[in-house]
Every structure is written in structure tokens, then in C-alpha cells.
Ligand binder design. Structure first.
Ligand code: HEC
Length: 166
């Protein structure tokens, strides 16, 4: 019986405490409510994140230099990577295999987009409307390929070659 009384007293105390802290937070709520019109005008530090750029995509590449002419050495390197790691899902024609055929891919997307997509596939699939449209058609989510930057650049050159760059 004593125990029950002790517990009852303890819980009463607890209740009283929490009620108190409620009051405190309520009153600080009121203070911030009064302050609100002012804080609205002050921009948040750092501002909003920049909106998604569908031309460039998202990832580490914001500017990719492509030459006027094809870099044959890079294209050959890219072809090797394609054969080993991409050809199971991508044809070089416009025909879909698991993923879209690569013919015309360099006219559909900017070099930055392609390099960001192949090195940052997951985030691009989460954010890019064109990539999501392909996902809806293909019904397979392209797995991240863990490519090095240089691999991505060589693959881009091979795609350019496939699209007729000389
Ligand atoms: C397991 C299959 C698979 C593999 C392997 C794969 N891809 Fe993909 N890829 C896809 C699918 C599917 C899509 C369409 C988007 C989606 O559904 O995720 C795609 C889309 C793409 C696109 C955009 C094409 C477009 O027209 O929209 C590029 C570029 C691309 N992949 C490059 C690569 C490269 C480079 C490799 C090899 C390093 C590779 N992929 C390996 C399945 C794959």
C-alpha cells in the first residue's frame, strides 16, 4: 500500500513538472509568434537550395569540355568499358534492351548530364524528369555503376563516336 502511495505522489510530481514545462514552452511559443513577422523578412542563411537543373543534371560535373574532334583514344577506352559493363543493358542502336539504346543519346542530353547520370545514377533517377520517364518505360532502375570520372569521360567519348562524331 505504501508503495502505491509513493508511486502516486511521484507521478503527481511528474505531472506537475511536465505541466510546468508545458507552460514554459507555451509562453516561449507566444514570444516567437510575436517575433514571426520580422523573422519572415530575414532570409535564411545560405538561402534555399538551388532548383534542379534538368539540362546539367545533378552531380559533380558542371562543365565538360568536349573537343571539336573525336578523341579516338578515349573513345576506344570507352568502348571497352561499354562492352564489359553496359552492353548487357544498352544497345548501340535506338532499340531498347533493358535500358534505352544509345543511338542519339548525345543529342538528347548535354555532356554534363550524361556524366552526372552515369556517376550519380541514383540521385539523378530520384530527381530528373527525363530519367524518370525512361524508368517508367524500362521498369528497371539502372544500378549505380561506380565509375571513375575518367571512365565516365571515356564512355561519353564513345557515345559521341556512336553518334557519328569524327
Ligand atoms: C542493369 C541494366 C543496366 C546497366 C548494366 C547499365 N544501364 Fe544505363 N540504363 C539502364 C536503364 C534501365 C536506364 C533507363 C533509366 C532507368 O530505368 O533507370 C538506363 C539509362 C541510361 C542512360 C540514359 C539514357 C537515355 O536515353 O535516357 C545512360 C546515359 C546510361 N544508362 C549509361 C550507362 C552506362 C555508361 C552504363 C555502363 C557503365 C550503363 N548505363 C549500364 C540500365 C542499365
Amino acid at each position: 500500500m505504501k508503495k502505491i502511495i509513493v508511486i502516486a505522489i511521484l507521478s503527481l510530481l511528474l505531472f506537475a513538472c511536465s505541466e510546468n514545462s508545458d507552460k514554459v514552452s507555451q509562453s516561449s511559443d507566444k514570444i516567437s509568434a510575436v517575433d514571426e513577422p520580422n523573422t519572415e523578412k530575414i532570409p535564411t542563411p545560405g538561402g534555399e537550395p538551388p532548383p534542379y537543373d534538368p539540362i546539367r543534371g545533378t552531380g559533380k560535373f558542371s562543365h565538360v569540355d568536349i573537343g571539336n574532334n573525336l578523341d579516338v583514344t578515349m573513345a576506344t577506352g570507352g568502348e571497352k568499358i561499354y562492352t564489359a559493363r553496359c552492353s548487357g543493358c544498352h544497345k548501340l542502336t535506338d532499340e531498347r534492351l533493358v535500358g534505352p539504346g544509345w543511338k542519339g543519346v548525345t543529342t538528347r542530353y548535354k555532356p554534363e548530364w550524361i556524366m552526372n547520370f552515369v556517376t550519380n545514377t541514383d540521385e539523378m533517377l530520384n530527381k530528373d524528369p527525363k530519367a524518370q520517364a525512361q524508368l517508367e518505360i524500362c521498369l528497371v532502375r539502372m544500378p549505380n555503376q561506380n565509375l571513375e570520372d575518367v571512365d565516365a569521360r571515356q564512355l561519353l567519348e564513345f557515345m559521341r563516336k556512336n553518334d557519328g562524331a569524327k
